[in-house]
Design a protein around this ligand. Structure first.
Ligand code: ADP
Ligand code: MG
Length: 210
């Protein structure tokens, strides 16, 4: 009983730290994300994401108190409602699918399977895949890493940084950036960058926790 209580309190504290770190990281990069979107889109990605993650921060206590599946489903729903644009439904789908796919008791295999399910759901929702200069170019490599059993947060955030950078020379063939054709080449995809920021924030909290 006492041990259960401690584990539960740990989980709430860790969940709170993770959710808060992700939200703060995205909000802190509002200008960078909007600048990236101004180059190859309509310049709203930073504000879209900020609106969504401010809602997450406003509901931090409530979300942190829920078990992971419920917290992710509720958080994903909030992002769908608040972020808007193309990215809102995609991020919302990703987090809601993670929540639906995760068992209450987390383990690496379950987390990897849930991440693969989330990636598949985003692909279906966006009718998109790897190599089209979108956030998928960061989250597909993450799912691949997890599937191979990579659990080192440093290796995971290094790969996310490489993956976001690798979108610079890509030609966009999905989303607003695809309207630019060849002119989309030479800029980092804003959604790839926001996905990297989210992954990085999660990894940094876990590194500090371990
Ligand atoms: P909008 O394009 O409606 O203005 P945002 O600016 O908030 O929405 O988000 C743009 C980002 O959404 C892109 O940088 C890209 O990563 C992602 N995105 C857009 N369309 C798709 C798609 N079909 N599949 C995957 N990701 C997409
Ligand atoms: Mg935009």
């Amino acid at each position: 009983m006492a041990e259960d209580t401690i584990t539960m309190q740990d989980n709430v504290a860790l969940r709170r730290a993770l959710i808060e770190a992700v939200a703060v990281r995205v909000i802190d990069h509002v200008d960078e994300l909007s600048d990236l979107d101004r180059a190859i889109g309509d310049g709203d990605h930073g504000l879209n994401m900020k609106r969504g993650f401010e809602e997450i921060l406003a509901r931090l206590d409530e979300l942190a108190d829920k078990p992971w599946p419920e917290a992710l489903k509720a958080g994903g729903m909030a992002l769908v409602m608040k972020v808007g644009g193309a990215s809102g439904p995609l991020y919302g789908t990703a987090f809601m699918t993670l929540g639906k796919a995760l068992p209450e008791k987390l383990d690496p295999a379950a987390f990897s399977a849930a991440m693969s399910a989330a990636v598949a759901a985003v692909k279906a929702r966006g009718k998109s895949d790897a190599g089209q200069k979108t956030l998928l170019d960061v989250v597909i490599p993450l799912a691949d890493q997890l599937e191979k059993g990579e659990l080192d947060p440093k290796a995971i955030r290094d790969r996310a940084a490489e993956s976001a950078l690798a979108t610079v020379p890509m030609l966009a063939t999905r989303g607003r950036a695809s309207f630019l054709g060849e002119r989309s080449v030479g800029h980092m995809d804003p959604g790839a960058r926001s996905s990297q920021l989210i992954i990085e924030a999660v990894c940094e909290v876990l590194e500090g926790w371990m």
